[in-house]
Design a protein around this ligand. Structure first.
Ligand SMILES: NC(=O)c1ccc[n+]([C@@H]2O[C@H](COP(=O)([O-])OP(=O)(O)OC[C@H]3O[C@@H](n4cnc5c(N)ncnc54)[C@H](O)[C@@H]3O)[C@@H](O)[C@H]2O)c1
Ligand SMILES: [Zn+2]
Ligand SMILES: [Zn+2]
Length: 368
């Protein structure tokens, strides 16, 4: 069968919306009709090589869709089921999965972007294999993905809202609730108010943090930040964010600082703005050669912690339905995250708008 998909053929070049051949689902695989795919900075990082996939690669990792057909031995879903996709496929059998840390699974040995039998389902006109970002490639009308990457949801949820839970919401809210386990009454700073950072902010609000300080370079982003729970904002294009955050906390620094941008400079800022024995959480994905300089003496004398957070330390099949429930209860904002909806053909415009700081999140409407 045929599908149209967003493909990176060359780093730092416009993404090509190409018509590809899609193979039938094999055993334990599912054919989806995609409803919507969010446009996350990690997609742009695949375009520019920060998150490295040798081109070509089909893009998209924040999506929701409807099951069209299932391969042999699929038991979790049936045709017609609505699903969110997980950008981590996990085995449920390895030591990390056994510890409940499924996003840190080390039991899958297929190459990055390949299906679990180490082959591809997407091919272009020239017969070239096209691997799938995160094994799912949600920026496509149709997708064949591993059954393990699916989270069943109630069909009542609009596809675009559900798609957001596939990355930004789970990454941001999970970083607060699961990774850092922020206590009520805490002081929190969040550097970067993009699709992920805004969800860190609403996670901090859910955790009953008392003071929530948003840092960004763009005033429009700080407006979004206030809407998502920031009690204070700092424009880092005008002031030193570390000094500003310290000033707002009586010179002490915050209990928790989250970095949601992807640079060693801002990760270091997060480390510098937490108080002694506080915790800095790195979420943003920097280039692989980027290194955060931490002076060991300062680390010891301050007893600060610098920790990473991958996919919000989540358990997707537990956490994602829970986040949708919080949305039902009015405790989690999803509608407000979507600033603009694009067609698949407008993918390059969606990336340009992200870089210009126009959107909370942009969404590609595939079959809404
Ligand atoms: N850890 C994970 O599991 C995970 C999951 C998803 C995304 N990510 C990463 O999270 C990061 C953020 O993703 P996003 O989709 O929210 O990106 P985004 O582009 O929507 O948001 C980034 C924000 O940072 C702001 N910013 C940039 N430089 C800044 C600076 N020096 N100081 C203050 N603010 C600055 C921008 O104005 C923007 O608002 C990316 O690196 C992405 O790859 C990580
Ligand atoms: Zn993402
Ligand atoms: Zn595993």
């Amino acid at each position: 069968m045929k599908t149209r998909a967003a493909v990176v053929y060359e780093h730092d070049a416009p993404v090509v919306v190409d018509t590809l051949t899609l193979d039938d689902p094999k055993a334990n695989e599912v054919l989806l009709r995609m409803g919507a795919s969010g446009v996350c900075h990690s997609d742009l990082s695949v375009v520019n090589g920060t998150i490295y996939y040798p081109p070509p690669v089909a893009l998209g990792h924040e999506g929701a869709g409807v099951v069209e057909r299932v391969g042999e031995d699929v038991s979790y879903v049936k045709p017609g089921d609505h699903v969110i996709l997980s950008f981590v496929t996990y085995c449920e059998e390895c030591v990390m999965c056994g510890m409940g840390r499924v996003c840190l699974c080390n039991g899958i040995h297929a190459r990055k972007g390949f299906l679990l039998d180490d082959t591809c389902r997407l091919h272009n006109k020239a017969g070239q294999d096209i691997p799938q970002m995160s094994r799912i490639a949600t920026m496509s009308d149709l997708a064949v993905v591993p059954e393990q990457a699916l989270i069943k949801i109630d069909p009542e949820y609009p596809m675009d809202r559900a798609a957001l839970v596939g990355c930004g919401v789970t990454t941001g809210v999970g970083a607060v609730l699961r990774t850092a386990q922020v206590e009520p009454g805490s002081t929190v700073a969040v550097i970067g108010s993009g699709g992920v950072g805004l969800n860190v902010l609403q996670g901090a609000k859910l955790a009953d943090a008392e003071r929530i300080i948003a840092v960004d370079l763009v005033e429009r982003k700080l407006d979004f930040a206030r809407q998502f729970g920031a009690t204070d904002t700092v424009n880092a294009s005008e002031v030193d964010p570390v000094e500003a955050v310290k000033e707002l906390t009586g010179g002490l620094g915050v209990d928790y600082a989250f970095e949601a941008i992807g640079s060693s400079v801002t990760i270091r800022q997060a480390f510098d703005m937490v108080r002694s024995a506080g915790t800095a959480v790195a979420i943003g994905l920097a280039r692989s050669h980027d290194v955060v300089p931490i002076p060991p003496q300062e680390l010891i004398w301050s007893e600060k912690k610098l920790i990473g957070s991958y996919y919000g330390s989540s358990r997707p099949r537990e956490d994602m339905p829970e986040y949708l429930r919080l949305y039902d209860e009015g405790k989690l904002m999803l509608d407000e995250l979507i600033t603009k909806t694009y067609d698949l053909d407008q993918i390059n415009e969606a990336f340009a708008d992200m870089e210009a700081g126009k959107n909370a999140r942009g969404i590609l409407a595939l079959d809404l």
